[in-house]
Design a protein around this ligand. Structure first.
Ligand code: FES
Length: 269
């Protein structure tokens, strides 16, 4: 029976990956959840299950969360084989129990990728994304009086596209969904949202080269061109940005290798 009535209380079983730490053996453990409201969020259900575990002296399930509003990208786990679970364009914290049925067994596991080592239970270390950002996900500006925003015209189409790319919350679902654990959708979004803006042009070449190199060094795989990444992205980032990044990368590589001696600082396309 579908739990589509907001007053209906139903039961599910959570089958959760438990692992006490890196390198430790892990296994799935079943936790019955008998008092589920369709209006509960998935994280609220985990809270309730953890309350029960705490009361019985068991170790609560470790899971990452922060904003619980689909903004921060912290709440990353795989639900029933899909990063962020059922629904489209939502993060785990925006999944509601009305998406499930009475009697369901819901399998919950961490994002699995070599570059996202497991910390505990459902928590993974996604510092690799921070390193990619640190390699080039910024623009360098002079400090002092900021120029008037209207003094730098930006074409509407470019502004819209840059905003689409900037919506990436860095959750890592793209990596978890890809059979190659590729981070190209994440990197493409970060490269593109700055590369589309006038302020991002002076460092455009250096940015894409450094971010792609850092991505490769972190152990992410190559794009398989199957687009599971954009299919599970909670912000619906388009895989078209990957093609844009590839064009930027090839152009930057060409200029890097064939730049004239008088143009030693490089520049944007
Ligand atoms: S907790 Fe911030 S996006 Fe889910």
């Amino acid at each position: 029976m579908v739990a589509n009535n907001s007053t209906r209380i139903f039961s599910v079983t959570l089958r959760v990956w438990r692992q006490s730490g890196p390198g430790q053996p892990g296994k799935f453990v079943d936790y019955p959840a008998p008092q589920v409201s369709p209006d509960m969020s998935f994280l609220e259900l985990l809270d309730v299950v953890n309350d029960g575990l705490t009361l019985t002296g068991e170790e609560p399930i470790a899971f990452a969360h922060d904003c619980r509003e689909g903004i921060c990208g912290t709440c990353s786990c795989t639900i029933n084989g899909k990063p962020h679970g059922p629904g489209k364009g939502v993060a785990t914290c925006q999944v509601y129990m009305r998406s499930f049925r009475d009697g369901d067994v819901i399998v919950v596991e961490p994002f699995r990728a070599k570059a996202f080592p497991l910390v505990k239970d459902l928590v993974t270390d996604r510092e690799a994304f921070d390193k990619i950002q640190q390699a080039g996900g910024f623009i360098s500006v002079r400090t002092g009086a900021a120029p008037d925003a209207n003094s730098i015209p930006v074409p509407k189409d470019d502004a819209d596209l840059a905003m689409d790319a900037a919506a990436c919350i860095g959750c890592g679902a793209c990596v978890a969904a890809c059979k190659n654990a590729s981070a190209m959708l994440f990197v493409a979004a970060k490269v593109s949202h700055l590369g589309l803006m006038p302020q991002g042009q002076p460092e455009r070449d250096r940015r894409v080269l450094a971010m792609v190199q850092t991505m490769d060094e972190a152990g992410f795989g190559n794009c398989a061109n199957q687009y599971e990444c954009s299919a599970v992205c909670p912000k619906l980032i388009s895989h078209d940005f990957i093609a844009r990044m590839n064009r930027d990368y090839v152009s930057a590589l060409f200029r890097e290798n064939f730049k004239p001696a008088s143009n030693a600082t490089g520049g944007g396309a």
